[in-house]
Design a protein around this ligand. Structure first.
Ligand SMILES: [Zn+2]
Length: 331
């Protein structure tokens, strides 16, 4: 505990808590000191990353821990505990929505329970500026300024979507690389600043794939369907929870072939692409929500967690053992 709290970014209340826990643990630590000394824990995270881009973090140890969690952008994210070659490991997939998050320093907190103690490790991730281009689109006027009669419907759908994106389950069912939902190329990337009929309307919160109407749409990762609907802007849509705050969104579909509560395998057909909602033509919009932050999914169709972790910083936060605690297979 002491070793971790000495690191930078100690929480203001941490000092008082440390005194309390130190007093409380003085006697037991004599008895359990030997086993506690052998435990080592590591965090892996990016010191800096581009705003809008997804990144991977890991918490690992040579011995078991419980209730691993992350706190990022005001949300607490539950993680799975998986066995690795030399211990246990938990992975998280995080990001930042370029529309809402400015470049700068942001706190990232890892928490876990080990040897009966709760550890909190606070670090900083510097989000760097990244320029996303502008895109001009022409759509039906009612899709830029919706008629008054549709306002209540749009608000209701926004609430349903926010609740679906807020789903937090600990079981990690996403694996990398993601499988492409349709075979077509990317036609419009994440982060584009969109101007509809000369009216700036925020930015593109997903990746568009070329797809003729009726193309089977496959799940890029395993998950559970948390919402389906026929929404004003999104058209026929599916929200798929893959655990740890990772939720995939599929918009403008012609047919939806799953329902709320369905457990879906990676690569399983969930519907057919279409031209419903606010669209300029047939395509599939895939959105990736990471603990409520829309992030760029495109790189995750090409790269794996193992590859991403190699570009991250790895630090010992407990004990002094070395070792690469990775899972038996590529997550
Ligand atoms: Zn789109």
């Amino acid at each position: 505990m002491k070793k971790i709290m000495k690191k930078r970014n100690v929480l203001p209340w941490g000092f008082l808590l440390r005194i309390g826990i130190a007093l409380f643990l003085t006697a037991p630590s004599v008895v359990f000191g030997a086993s506690a000394a052998r435990a080592s824990a590591f965090v892996t995270y990016p010191e800096s990353w581009d705003v809008g881009q997804a990144f991977v973090v890991a918490l690992s140890s040579n011995t078991s821990f419980d209730s691993p969690a992350l706190t990022w952008m005001g949300r607490t994210i539950s993680l799975d505990v998986e066995s690795g070659r030399e211990g246990v490991v938990s992975y998280g997939l995080l990001g930042s929505y370029v529309r809402d998050v400015r470049p700068g320093d942001y706190p990232l907190e890892f928490a876990f329970t080990q040897d009966g103690e709760r550890f909190e490790v606070k670090r900083t991730v510097t989000l760097k500026e990244r320029a996303y281009p502008e895109e001009k689109l022409t759509v039906e006027g009612r899709m830029v300024t919706p008629p008054k009669s549709e306002i209540a419907r749009i608000r209701k759908e926004a609430r349903l979507a926010a609740a679906a994106r807020g789903t937090m389950t600990a079981e990690r069912r996403w694996t990398t690389p993601f499988e492409r939902p349709v075979p077509g190329v990317f036609t419009s990337g994440y982060g584009l600043r969109r101007v509809y009929n000369d009216v700036p309307k925020g930015c593109h919160a997903g990746t568009d794939f070329r797809a003729a109407v009726g193309t089977p749409v496959k799940a890029p990762f395993a998950g559970t369907v948390v919402l389906t609907g026929h929404h004003y802007y999104a058209g026929r849509s599916v929200y798929l929870d893959a655990g740890n705050g990772v939720v995939g969104l599929f918009f403008h579909m012609d047919k939806v072939k799953v329902k709320k509560g369905d457990r879906v395998k990676k690569g399983q057909t969930i519907g057919e692409s279409g031209v419903t909602g606010r669209v300029t033509g047939p395509h599939l919009h895939f959105g990736l929500s990471l603990a409520g932050q829309y992030a760029d999914a495109a790189p995750l169709f090409e790269t794996s967690v193992t590859a991403l972790l190699k570009s991250m910083k790895r630090e010992t936060v407990r004990g002094d053992a070395r070792g690469d605690i990775l899972p038996p297979s590529d997550p």
